[in-house]
Design a binder for this molecule. Structure first.
Ligand SMILES: O=P(O)(O)OP(=O)(O)OP(=O)(O)OC[C@H]1O[C@@H](n2cnc3c(O)ncnc32)[C@H](O)[C@@H]1O
Ligand SMILES: [Mg+2]
Length: 203
């Protein structure tokens, strides 16, 4: 089976990539499988910049092509926050529960019609031998008042998907993997991946 290395230490993302790539015939490895994998500092000012920083740092270290994901929640009433600071919104310890509570607190009193938001995912595909490629995907939603559901990870329990009448955390993993920002970004990457890997083989 073909293997792809994903430059992430996030267990929720790792699980989703395993199932998203399984349908394309790839086995997924992440930094969680590699002892002492470095923490790459996310010093960029956009999702794209951070995805590229992570992908290129790990590709250089591993001497192999990798995919990195930089993603987050963009809330219109909060001028786009938490945005690229989604993982550490409530503090350096990256606590999902504290992060979503901070968003709910900041939105207290904001009427339903003004609680629009989107999840955004930038994927970067990098190799020591080639120019880095980036793609992106997003999904629209509303931030509800109370967390609902216990699947998924991160901000999923407060992100309501209007068309499905459920929060992201109330969807099965199969359902989330059809409509998520990550799934949409990966769809974009799919058409570029084969030719990237062919150039990789020839380099
Ligand atoms: O950098 P890596 O190691 O990949 O792991 P991370 O958790 O730090 O990941 P990011 O820097 O990309 O931060 C993304 C944050 O946005 C949130 N997020 C991203 N995708 C999400 C999803 O599908 N559902 C819910 N929350 C999500 C989640 O809280 C993440 O911690
Ligand atoms: Mg991160």
């Amino acid at each position: 089976m073909k293997t792809v290395l994903i430059a992430t230490k996030n267990k929720g993302k790792a699980k989703e990539f395993e199932s998203l790539f399984a349908s394309k015939g790839y086995e997924v490895l992440t930094l969680l499988d590699i002892p002492n994998a470095p923490d790459v500092e996310e010093t960029g000012s956009s999702f794209e910049e951070n995805a590229v920083i992570k992908a290129e740092a790990i590709a250089r270290q591993a001497g192999h092509f990798v995919v990195a994901d930089d993603s987050g929640l963009i809330v219109d009433a909060l001028d786009g926050r938490p945005g690229i600071f989604s993982a550490r919104y409530a503090g350096e310890d990256k606590n999902d529960q504290a992060n979503l509570e901070k968003v709910l607190e900041e939105l207290r009193g904001v009427p339903e019609g003004e609680r629009t938001a989107r999840f955004y995912c930038s994927l970067a595909l990098a190799s020591p031998n080639q120019e880095t490629i980036t793609v992106a995907g997003s999904v629209e939603g509303l931030i509800i008042n109370e967390p609902r559901g216990d699947s998924g990870f991160g901000y999923d329990p407060i992100f309501f998907v209007k068309d499905l009448g459920k929060t992201m955390a109330e969807l099965s993993s199969q359902e989330k993997n059809k409509i998520s920002h990550r799934a949409h970004a990966l769809k974009e990457l799919e058409s570029l991946l084969d030719s990237f890997l062919e150039r990789e083989r020839l380099s």
